[in-house]
Design a protein around this ligand. Sequence first.
Ligand SMILES: Cc1cc2nc3c(=O)[nH]c(=O)nc-3n(C[C@H](O)[C@H](O)[C@H](O)COP(=O)(O)O)c2cc1C
Length: 242
Amino acid sequence: MWVSYDDNGLDAHKGRRYWKKVLHINMATHSKQRAVTLPVRADTLAALLQGRRSVRQFQDRAVDRAFVEQILEAARWAPSPHGRQPWRFVVLTRPELKTLLAERMGETWQRNLEMDGQGSEIVNARLDKSRQRILKAPVIIIPCLYLEDLDRYPDERRQADETTMAIQSIGAAIQNMLLMAYDLGLDAGWMCAPLFCPEVVVDALKLDSRLVPQAMITVGYAAADPKRRERLPLSSLIVRFD
Ligand SMILES: Cc1cc2nc3c(=O)[nH]c(=O)nc-3n(C[C@H](O)[C@H](O)[C@H](O)COP(=O)(O)O)c2cc1C
C-alpha cells in the first residue's frame, strides 16, 4: 500500500507530500494472520478489553518493527476532533536515546521529588526504578499532541476546549495502541513522566517545538504476569441511567 506523507510528519495538511510504501495491514485478516505466529489471546473484544493489563517489566527480547507499525496503525484509527488527528508519535528503540531521555527527565523528576520534601534515599530509589523501566523497555512510543491543525477561536474558553478535545483523543489513540499490542501477543505500560516535562523531552530528542509529548508507552514481552487491578462495580460508575 502506498501512502502520502510529508517531510517532517507534521505538515501533511499543507500539501508538501511525498509517497512512501508502507506495510499493508489488512485489518479484516489480521486475526487470521496473527493466529499463525502468535497465541490467540482473546476470542472476543470483551475478553481482549479485560485481558489487557499494564506491564512494567519486560523480557530482554526485541519487538519486530512490523508489530510496532501495526500498533501505530491502530492509533491512526482513533476518533479525533474534526478528524484532524492531533497527535504524532516518536518511537525509540536505541539504548543511547533511552538513556539520554531517562537522564534528562530524571533531572526534572528529582527536582520535583525534592520539592515535595522526599528524602534522598527514596528519591534515588524511585529515580533508579524509573530509569530501569525506561532502559529495559524494548520499544518506547511517545505520543505527542500536535495542535496546529485544530480550529482557532477568538476566545480563550473555546480554544481551551479545543485542546481538551485533542487530549481526549490522544487517550483514545493510546488505548487503541495498548489493545493492538495486547492482541499481537505483546504487552504495554503507560508512563506519564513526559507530561511533567514536555519541553525537556522535545529538547533531548531534538523534536519539532510544536510537539507536546504526553506519555511514554513501553512495549515488549512481559517478564511475568502482573497483578491485576480491581475495578469498581459498574453500578457505582453509572450515576444516572435516564
Ligand atoms: C493517564 C495515565 C497515566 C498513567 N501513568 C502511569 C505511570 O506513570 N506509571 C505507571 O506505572 N502506570 C501509569 N498508568 C497506568 C495505570 O496505573 C494503570 O492503567 C491502572 O493501574 C490500571 O491497571 P491496568 O492498566 O493493568 O488495568 C497510567 C495510566 C493512565 C491512563
